[in-house]
Every structure is written in C-alpha cells, then in structure tokens.
Design a protein around this ligand. Structure first.
Ligand code: ZN
Length: 60
C-alpha cells in the first residue's frame, strides 16, 4: 500500500522544510533539495534526518 496521498501533502523534509516526493519505487520519500531519502516502513514514513540516506549520484 502506498503512503496516504494526504499525508504526503503535509510531509516536509525536516531540514529544508520543503515537500518531499515519493520515490519511483515507492519505498521512500525524497527531498529534492538535500537529496535525502526518508524510508517508508509499514506505510509510515521515517522522517528522522539521521536515519535518512543520501541519494546516490550514479545510476545503477
Ligand atoms: Zn531536505
């Protein structure tokens, strides 16, 4: 199940205060500004900065 779209509308990156967007695979929420990806576990986004991972620059 994807994250509730209404929840997505209010979720912002705790660092940048900008809206995050769902990653293509639906497994995380990405901040376009700092390029952190917040994991979604059990439909609950983990918005902790220290647990977010940085987006890899190189494509797989
Ligand atoms: Zn950010």
């Amino acid at each position: 199940m994807p994250v509730n779209p209404r929840l997505l509308e209010i979720l912002v990156c705790p660092l940048c205060k900008v809206k995050v967007s769902l990653t293509p695979n639906g497994e995380g929420l990405r901040c376009a500004k700092c390029r952190r990806i917040y994991a979604i576990l059990n439909d609950i986004p983990n918005m902790l900065v220290e647990e977010a991972r940085r987006e890899e620059k190189k494509a797989p």
